[in-house]
Design a protein around this ligand. Structure first.
Ligand SMILES: O=C(O)Cc1cc(O)ccc1O
Ligand SMILES: [Fe+2]
Length: 449
C-alpha cells in the first residue's frame, strides 16, 4: 500500500488517544473543521468531504436501541467496483448445518501454528455457532491464529459485530473510526459493517518484526452487545461504562489497490478499490468500535455463602426478544477473592439450558485442574452435565476455607440461548481432545445408607 498515514494516526499508534464511555454519542475529527456542526448533511460537507450515514439499527428502532454514525470521508463508500465471491477459507456462517448438534462435552487444544504469512482474516477458523445470519439471530464462535499483519486488505462483516478476544499477541485495529490497540486481556468490538485492518503489534509499535497473534472471536448476529442491567447491584459495578474506549478519528489518504473483503450472509466477497476505505476524516455517532480492558471488571461475588451463578460476571449481553434471555452473553472470570463460608467454592456441578463455550486467556481456570489451556476451549452444550473435574472436586471439598485469592487466570465464556453446532473442521480437528469425559471419572459414591 502506498501513501502516508496522517500525523494523528501516527501519534495515536504510539500513545493511542481514546474517547471513554459506552453507547455515547461520540464525535471526533482528525482535521480541525472536518466535522459539520448543527446538521449532519450540509449542502457541501466541510473540506470537500462526503457525508455518509452508517446504520446499525433500523431507522425506527426505539431511541434506546437506535445506533448510527455519520462519517465524513474522502470518498463515499458507494464508489466501489462489484464484489465477487472468494474462498471462505476457514470461515463458516450460520445456519450451521455441516454436523448434527452434539450433546457431548468437548474440549480443544489451541489451534495449530498457521503457515507463514497468515493474516488475521486468513487465520480465522470457525468452531461453530447457531441462529441464522440472514435473520440476524444467533452467534458464531471463531478462533484466529496469525503471524502476519493485514497489509493491503481490509475486512468488514455485514453479518454481525465481532467481539475479538486476544489471547496471544497484541493487535492494532485500524478502523474507519480510528485506531484501537487490543492486547491479551483486552476485548475489542468491531460493529456490524465497519471496515478494519488488523496489524500485529510488535513489542514497541516502531518495531519491525511481527510476532504471532492468537485469540477468539464471537460473531454476534443478534442485537448489539450492551451492558447488562445492574438491578439491586446499584448504579456502579461489573463493567463500568467509562472504561470502554472508542477511538478518535484517524484516516488513511491512500491511492492504490486495496482489497476490501466483505463477509455477507456467511460468504466472503471481495472487490479491489483504487483507494483505502479507511478514509474517514471525522465522524460522530454511537455505532462505534471500542476496546475494554477485562482487568477493569469490577468483580462482585458472595461475601457470605454459596457460589453465585456466573451471570454476575457478565461483561456484555446481546439481548433477545425475551427479557433476561440473551442471544449471547460475554462473561469473564477475572481475578477475585473467594471467601464463602461452608461453601464449595469452585463452579458447581450443573446442567444448563444455555450453551457454554469457554476460552482461557491466561493461567488456569478454577474448575479444571488440567487440560483447559490458554488458547484452547471447551463446549458444554445445552443440558450437558459438567462442572469441576475430579481433582478440583477433591481438593475444594477438603480445602481450609480461609480467604483465598484467585489471581492466576483469566477465562471467559460465550453463553448462548441456542445450542452450538460445530463445523466439520471443529468436529474432526486434530486438536480436539479425546477422553475429555475422563476428567469426571472416579467421582465415587460416598453415600452409604
Ligand atoms: O461451566 C463453567 O465452568 C462456567 C460456570 C461457572 C460458574 O461459576 C458457574 C456455572 C458455570 O456454568
Ligand atoms: Fe457451566
Amino acid at each position: 500500500m502506498t501513501g502516508t498515514d496522517n500525523e494523528q494516526a501516527r501519534k495515536i499508534a504510539e500513545g493511542l488517544a481514546y474517547q471513554p464511555g459506552f453507547g455515547n454519542e461520540h464525535s471526533s475529527e482528525a482535521v480541525p473543521g472536518a466535522l459539520p456542526h448543527g446538521r449532519n448533511s450540509p449542502q457541501r460537507a466541510p473540506l470537500g468531504l462526503y457525508a455518509e450515514q452508517l446504520s446499525g439499527s433500523a431507522f425506527t428502532e426505539p431511541r434506546s436501541a437506535n445506533r448510527r454514525s455519520w462519517l465524513y470521508r474522502i470518498r463515499p463508500s458507494a464508489a466501489h467496483p462489484p464484489f465477487s465471491r472468494i474462498d471462505n477459507g476457514g470461515l463458516r456462517g450460520a445456519p450451521f448445518t455441516e454436523t448434527v448438534p452434539d450433546p457431548n462435552r468437548l474440549r480443544w487444544n489451541p489451534l495449530p501454528e498457521p503457515p507463514e504469512g497468515t493474516d488475521f482474516l486468513a487465520g480465522l477458523w470457525t468452531l461453530g455457532g447457531n441462529g441464522d445470519a440472514t435473520r440476524r439471530t444467533g452467534m458464531a464462535i471463531h478462533l484466529y491464529a496469525a503471524n502476519s499483519s493485514m497489509t493491503d486488505r481490509v475486512f468488514s462483516d455485514a453479518d454481525g459485530e465481532l467481539l475479538i478476544v486476544p489471547e496471544r499477541g497484541g493487535l492494532l485495529l485500524r478502523t474507519e473510526f480510528g485506531l484501537l490497540r487490543a492486547e491479551p486481556g483486552h476485548v475489542a468490538l468491531i460493529p456490524r459493517g465497519v471496515r478494519f485492518r488488523v496489524e500485529l503489534l510488535t513489542e514497541s509499535i516502531g518495531g519491525q518484526s511481527p510476532t504471532s497473534a492468537r485469540g477468539y472471536v464471537c460473531e454476534n448476529y443478534g442485537q448489539p452487545f450492551t451492558l447488562p442491567d445492574l438491578g439491586p447491584i446499584g448504579a456502579n459495578g461489573l463493567a463500568n461504562a467509562r472504561d470502554f474506549l472508542a477511538p478518535v478519528a484517524a484516516y488513511e489518504d491512500v491511492d492504490g489497490p486495496v482489497r476490501v473483503v466483505n463477509k455477507f450472509c456467511g460468504n466472503l466477497w471481495a472487490a479491489t478499490y483504487d483507494h483505502s476505505p479507511l478514509d474517514v476524516v471525522a465522524w460522530h455517532g454511537n455505532h462505534v468500535p471500542y476496546v475494554y480492558d477485562l482487568r477493569r471488571f469490577n468483580v462482585i461475588g458472595t461475601i457470605s455463602y454459596d457460589h453465585p451463578d456466573p451471570s454476575i460476571f457478565t461483561v456484555l449481553t446481546s439481548p433477545s426478544d425475551t427479557p433476561g434471555l440473551a442471544g449471547v452473553d460475554f462473561v469473564v472470570f477475572a481475578p477475585r477473592w473467594l471467601v464463602g463460608e461452608d461453601t464449595f467454592r469452585p463452579p458447581y456441578f450443573h446442567r444448563n439450558v444455555m450453551s457454554e463455550y469457554m476460552g482461557l486467556i491466561e493461567g488456569a481456570y478454577d474448575a479444571k485442574a488440567e487440560g483447559f489451556v490458554p488458547g484452547g476451549g471447551s463446549l458444554h452444550n445445552m443440558m450437558s452435565a459438567h462442572g469441576p473435574d475430579r481433582a478440583t472436586f477433591d481438593k475444594a471439598s477438603a480445602a481450609e476455607l480461609k480467604p483465598q485469592k484467585i489471581d492466576d487466570g483469566l477465562a471467559f465464556m460465550f453463553e448462548t440461548r441456542w445450542p452450538v453446532t460445530l463445523t466439520e473442521r471443529a468436529a474432526g480437528a486434530g486438536h480436539l481432545q479425546t477422553g475429555y469425559d475422563d476428567v469426571w471419572q472416579g467421582l465415587e459414591r460416598h453415600y452409604r445408607p
